[in-house]
Design a protein. Structure first.
Length: 387
């Protein structure tokens, strides 16, 4: 899924463009990015841009996308109010609970956390996850406590990534990896961490992390379990995503082909597991393969793949449907884009409202449409998009 970079790339863009002896107009013609957008970036009138826009500019300038995105200061935006207790639970010093928690008591609440996370019930999740993490911190360092804490911290890292609290997300995932009881749990955490690094624009770091773990985890295929295949396959997908965004199309294609082979070898769609926060199998890989064509500016291919795979609702499925909505907007099919967003909103409203990607799509529709239908106005209100 395309991400916002949230990076001040204007200075780097101007420096590299001048080294290439390109005018702003020349770069606009070479990249397909509007001259107005390039001017606004270089003049600091806007401070972030979409990942695929950065990718187009970097391709035209013949540099890895990460060269445009990396910056010395990584100040995070202030965490939104509903998520500050979770941020504090992750980053704050351990606190003495009024009553000593028990392993059984914390474990008994894990299904509630997972149900809220997978059901995209973010308000419920924000209420219970922070206090439960504090209880988990007080359980000590036995294997069972570390395993439970690693799982809760991975969920926290995923949520904090979604709500753009990147520094706290990194802390959560580092702590989760420290507590991981085995390689499969570690691989699941690294998969989430690699996604976080892409969201931060740290494409080289994401690629290196996912590739190193994929190399270390590569199983003997003749006797690999489905969970080992899933762990390895997801690392390959993350490596492919980072390679693609960092203008390494050959490596991206190679790792995607390998991931597809692993999915075929798996033979079926695996539900979320004890370690994984995601589905795995041919349908999930088809969603990620379609995502590539958003980055490559080939929306027609996204739409041609939209009917493939399982229609069972999952986070990966909803993200794929956002790619479908984005493909419609890229092809100026605004009514179809709104229809796709409305379908998501009817099934996963809390999740959709927290997605910057959805807000960007709807914002583009509002900007391009001369008149808005009642459905468009309702959806803009749901996504907090100004009219």
């Amino acid at each position: 899924m395309p991400e916002h970079t949230d990076m001040h790339i204007g200075t780097r863009l101007r420096e590299i463009r001048k080294r290439r002896a390109l005018t702003q107009k020349g770069l606009a013609q070479a990249s397909g990015v509007s001259l107005s957008s390039i001017r606004k970036l270089e003049q600091g009138e806007v401070h972030d841009t979409r990942m695929e826009t950065a990718h187009k500019l970097a391709t035209a300038l013949r540099v890895p996308t990460s060269h445009l995105l990396e910056r010395d200061d990584q100040e995070a935006a202030e965490t939104a109010e509903p998520w500050r207790p979770l941020q504090q639970a992750v980053e704050g010093a351990p606190a003495e609970p009024e009553e000593e928690p028990t392993l059984e008591g914390v474990r008994a609440l894990l299904p509630t956390v997972r149900r809220a996370y997978f059901g995209n019930e973010l308000a419920e999740l924000s209420r219970i996850l922070g206090p439960l993490l504090r209880d988990a911190d007080a359980l000590g360092d036995c294997v069972q406590a570390r395993s439970l804490r690693a799982h809760l911290l991975q969920i926290a890292g995923s949520v904090l990534t979604q709500v753009r609290a990147f520094s706290a997300a990194e802390t959560a995932l580092q702590r989760a990896l420290d507590d991981a009881p085995d390689r499969l749990r570690g691989a699941a955490i690294v998969t989430t961490w690699s996604w976080l690094l892409v969201r931060q624009g740290k494409l080289a770091a994401s690629r290196q992390l996912a590739t190193r773990w994929a190399d270390d985890l590569e199983p003997r295929l003749s006797r690999a379990t489905p969970e080992e295949l899933a762990a390895w396959g997801w690392l390959l997908l993350q490596a492919s995503a980072a390679n693609l965004r960092d203008n390494r199309p050959g490596e991206a294609a190679d790792t995607m082909r390998l991931a597809k082979s692993v999915a075929v070898l798996t033979g079926r769609e695996l539900p979320r597991g004890r370690d994984r926060l995601t589905t795995w199998g041919p349908a999930t890989v088809s969603y990620k393969a379609a995502e590539r064509y958003i980055v490559l500016d080939q929306p027609d291919k996204v739409l041609s793949m939209a009917g493939h795979g399982s229609q069972k609702a999952s986070t990966e499925y909803w993200r794929h449907r956002l790619d479908v909505a984005q493909a419609h907007t890229m092809m100026r099919q605004y009514s179809e884009a709104v229809g796709t967003l409305s379908a998501i909103n009817s099934r996963a409203p809390e999740w959709l409202a927290s997605q910057r990607y959805a807000q960007d799509i709807m914002g583009h529709v509002v900007k391009k449409r001369r008149t808005l239908t009642p459905e468009m106005r309702d959806l803009a209100d749901a996504l907090s998009v100004p009219l």
